[in-house]
Design a protein around this ligand. Structure first.
Ligand code: SF4
Ligand code: SF4
Length: 194
């Protein structure tokens, strides 16, 4: 046990049938957040930190407590939806903690537990429409993405004046292009969306 923090040990040696927040994060991301020593470099470099309700370093600190109430606060935060997965925090972290991976896990958990921050509704609608586009064609289908987003958010006429210009410039195709290897796309979704 010498040199191993209690959170690391618990994450790597689960003894209870109900997983603690730290165990879940370790199982899904391979990260032991007890390694974070709160230098703040991730937050200093994060392009979204000023908009976030919980900065990346504070998020790591909250999760270090391994406390379900703290976990719930993280899952209900707006920050998990503002994270761009740009990787700047990971590149700056002296401990190489995969914060984007942790944020991604928190997003998935937030949706699964119905704890999505109400301010993130449009972001989630966009994300779902984007995934639908990938599922359908294997690539980005802009018209389908926009139609899906508008249907989900009821922003039916927003930015409609741009549509003719986009068609004229060839930026929108009515019919989708599809990747040839559809089987692989289906397999990826089967393996990853469970
Ligand atoms: S950069 Fe790494 S060690 Fe520093 S606060 Fe952020 S996660 Fe913790
Ligand atoms: S990956 Fe997310 S948390 Fe990290 S720097 Fe980018 S926006 Fe900030």
């Amino acid at each position: 046990m010498k040199g191993v923090s209690p959170i690391s040990f618990m994450a790597e040696h689960p003894t209870h049938s109900v997983e603690t927040p730290a165990q879940k994060i370790f199982d899904h991301t391979g990260e032991s957040l007890s390694r974070c020593y709160q230098c703040g470099k991730c937050t200093a470099g994060c392009p979204m930190s000023e908009e976030m309700d919980i900065t990346p370093s504070r998020m790591m600190r909250m999760l270090q407590y391994d406390d379900p109430a703290m976990e719930e606060e993280a899952l209900r935060s707006y920050s998990v939806w503002l994270c761009l997965t740009c990787g700047t925090c990971l590149a700056r972290c002296p401990q190489e903690i995969d914060i984007p991976g942790v944020m991604d896990f928190l997003r998935t958990e937030s949706l699964r537990k119905g704890m999505m921050n109400p301010s993130a509704k449009n972001i989630v609608s966009f994300q779902k429409s984007f995934i639908d586009s990938l599922r359908l064609t294997g690539m980005l289908y802009e018209v389908g993405l926009v139609a899906g987003y508008k249907a989900r958010t009821w922003k039916l006429f927003q930015d409609m004046s741009l549509v003719p210009w986009l068609f004229l410039k060839g930026k929108l195709n009515l019919l989708p292009h599809r990747v040839k290897d559809r089987k692989t796309v289906k397999k990826i979704f089967r393996e990853t969306v469970k």
